[in-house]
Write a protein that binds this ligand. Structure first.
Ligand code: SF4
Length: 259
């Protein structure tokens, strides 16, 4: 499969399906992937194939690269809608994540005050106070919840930590008191000879119940966009995604569907 790795700290701006004109920030090494999940649909590839030899960028390097890029964009008259932390793995695994978010808020306020700051996170580092506090400071705290069933989380997300469970995740998500956006990848197919489908009635019912407890300010649902590292996975069609979104909308949630 053609994996997508970002070869710089700052990438874009790109037009994101979900976020608009997005200037990306990659806090992970540029020659591989580091993640606390090993999702079977990951565009960066599986962890075993993405070993890195380089280090994560330092806090000062991130700030300087962001300032340089935003100044160049200002000269060109281009404004980002959002500065998005994503990249080659899980951004909150950077040891200086909290300080980097503080720097980014300061740079954003100075150079492009209208832009939001977004973090696309897999929710595994929320137990760290510095990560929790940083995510609480930004506008778009976008946290992954692909399933409420532990067996499905194991199959889809393959967390590195055996103690990562839905129950523990739910407790941490509740601590945001609604200051979060939930992102869910829906997909179907087969993996290792077993069925994969997080759109069954059991799954959707549980997911809607979880949303009612978590009370996110927005919900983003999407499906596979590119080739996946595990073959046999399929997109969920627009009609089915819209039907899932409508059920959440009926409960009062703002839901975006990206396909
Ligand atoms: S959380 Fe994101 S980066 Fe990590 S394995 Fe899953 S899709 Fe890839």
């Amino acid at each position: 499969m053609a994996t997508i790795l970002f070869d710089q700290i700052i990438f874009g701006p790109i037009h994101s399906r979900r976020l608009g004109v997005s200037l990306g920030v990659n806090l992970l090494p540029t020659d591989g992937k580091i993640c606390s999940f090993d999702c079977i649909y990951c565009e960066c590839g599986l962890n075993k194939d993405g070993r890195t030899r380089s280090r994560m960028p330092r806090r000062e390097e991130v700030k300087e690269a962001l300032e340089t890029k935003l100044l160049a964009m200002y000269e060109e008259g281009v404004k980002p809608d959002v500065i998005t932390f994503a990249g080659n793995g899980e951004p909150t695994m950077h040891p200086d994540f909290g300080a980097i978010i503080d720097d980014t808020i300061e740079v954003r306020n100075r150079l492009c005050p209208e832009a939001k700051i977004a973090v696309l996170s897999n929710s595994t580092m929320l137990y760290k106070p510095a990560v929790f506090d940083a995510l609480n400071k930004i506008e778009d705290n976008i946290l992954k919840l692909d399933s409420v069933l532990d067996r499905r989380i194991q199959q889809l997300n393959a967390p590195n930590s055996p103690s990562f469970t839905f129950g523990q995740l739910l407790e941490q998500l509740l601590l945001f008191e609604g200051n979060l956006i939930i992102q869910t990848m829906f997909l179907r197919g087969e993996c290792n000879g077993e069925s994969v489908d997080n759109t069954t009635e059991e799954e959707i019912n549980g997911w809607l119940q979880a949303l009612q407890k978590i009370k996110p300010k927005k919900v983003m649902i999407y499906t596979i966009d590119r080739e996946t590292p595990v073959s046999g996975l399929r997109k969920v069609g627009k009609e089915d995604l819209e039907a899932i979104a409508d059920r959440a909308r009926e409960l009062g949630f703002e839901v975006s569907v990206s396909i």
